[in-house]
Ligand binder design. Structure first.
Ligand code: HAM
Length: 414
């Protein structure tokens, strides 16, 4: 039986790279004062329908939704921002009154068309800073995303936009809808429907024939209210002060409806059409949509599968940690002694490889080399009788005899 399309096993040869990415990413998040939150991978469907928006591709076509045994409609999370906001409200974190900085790692599920860099179960690391609308927070979040990619030595480009607020956006959307109604013929079926239901989504359409028409539509940055204009100018000032380069892309609207003001993506030149590594933005209205108090917030998520894809091409395989000592035993008595030695060395904190099959010394040495072991401990009848074992260091093939306490002492110093 195979796995489901769009899912995959990440095998031990690859997990070292994933652990490296997770460690670097976590390190950057923690340096900026973020704390980890873990939310369920399964949530009430309503959370995403309300949070992400009913007319987005994610909610409309891509969610893994089913009825559980209690006939409740549940969904495997397609993203985590709605869940984090739900947890923030449910656990009354707003009572503390300060900026809450939360980060998460985990699998997300979207039933998308399969493509290079696009999975149905994929992994994100994300951050949410909840409780401030200061543009310096937006800049700090963006700076952190860039630091994370720099720590991984991944080259990227930052794209930013402002998608306005509940004051100015409806007026812009009205203008857009009027424009679209005047000239809807050339657009794809989805765009024609969205022109009426959720006009902003037209800007996010990826259909090739729609692109020249989209370029001719009015842009939101020319229709922002005074406060949003100032917020966007201030954000750019903070980015300039931090020496961060960016491109303003007025048609960047992102695929989720909760965004307000700042929207951004970080893209890589090293991936094909699925080139977005990081997606994020401000979502000042989400708390209220989910029944919480008015609370401004901003965050982003990075696609870990895409980082792993780039790094496995640019860095190759990350070294696996080889055993410090490989036990090459010969005969039944040596086998029992090896079990004892393995136990003792592991208790002392050493990575010890116990081999369970019979075999020649030559085949044992071959396996030890393959596993990248640092030392081989040879245990045969003579060694058992004298309680002194042959230790072979594989790096320079030097070999010597030692008692178990001497070996422990040596390993401790390695
Ligand atoms: P998003 O843009 O949908 O945003 O996803 C963020 C990142 O997740 C993308 O840039 C991409 O790297 C990765 N990603 C998305 N879909 C897939 C897929 N099917 N296969 C592989 N990687 C994928 C969000 O999810 C928002 N919750 C981000 C956010 C946090 N906004 C505010 N706070």
């Amino acid at each position: 039986m195979g796995n489901l399309p769009g899912t995959r096993d990440i095998l031990p040869e690859d997990t070292a790279l994933w652990q490296f990415i997770e460690m670097e990413t976590r390190g950057v998040f923690e340096r900026y004062g973020f704390y980890e939150i873990r939310t369920p991978v399964i949530e009430p469907t309503e959370l995403f329908a309300r949070g992400i928006g009913g007319d987005t591709d994610i909610v409309g076509k891509e969610m893994y939704t089913f009825h559980d045994q209690s006939d409740r409609s549940v969904t495997l999370r397609p993203e985590a921002t709605a869940s984090v906001m739900r947890a923030y409200i449910q656990n009354t974190m707003f009572r503390e009154g300060n900026l809450r900085k939360l980060y998460y790692f985990g699998p997300m599920f979207r039933h998308e068309k399969k493509q290079k860099g696009r999975w149905r179960q994929f992994f994100q690391a994300g951050v949410e800073a909840i409780g401030s609308d200061h543009p310096a927070v937006d800049a700090e979040i963006i700076e952190m995303a860039i630091s994370m990619l720099e720590a991984l030595e991944i080259k990227s480009r930052l794209l930013i936009n402002s998608v306005g607020c509940r004051e100015c956006r409806p007026k812009y959307v009205e203008l857009l809808r009027n424009e679209l109604q005047k000239n809807s013929d050339g657009f794809c079926g989805d765009c024609q429907r969205r022109a009426v239901t959720n006009s902003l989504r037209v800007l996010d359409c990826k259909v090739e024939n729609c692109q020249p028409l989209i370029v001719g539509l009015p842009v939101i940055t020319e229709h922002l209210c005074e406060d949003c204009t100032k917020h966007f100018i201030d954000l750019r000032g903070h980015l300039d002060d931090a020496g961060i380069t960016y491109e303003i892309v007025p048609r960047l609207v992102r695929g989720l409806d909760y965004y307000t003001r700042t929207a951004f993506e970080i893209v890589s030149g090293e991936l094909g059409s699925q080139n977005a590594l990081v997606g994020g933005g401000r979502y000042d209205g989400l708390s209220e949509i989910l029944g919480g108090p008015a609370t401004p917030a901003i965050g982003f998520a990075v696609g870990l599968d895409r980082l792993a894809m780039i790094l496995s091409e640019t860095r190759g395989q990350t070294d696996r940690r080889g055993p410090e000592i490989f036990l090459a035993w010969m005969g039944a008595a040596a086998f029992s002694k090896s079990l004892q030695i393995a136990r003792q060395l592991r208790r002392a904190g050493h990575y010890c490889y116990m081999n369970f099959g019979e075999g020649s010394l030559k085949s044992r040495m071959r396996l030890a080399n393959k596993l990248d072991a640092k030392h081989v401990l040879i245990i045969g009848d003579n060694e058992l009788a004298n309680e002194r074992y042959a230790v072979k260091r594989l790096a320079d093939s030097e070999q010597w005899e030692a008692s178990l306490p001497e070996i422990e002492n040596y390993l401790r110093k390695c």
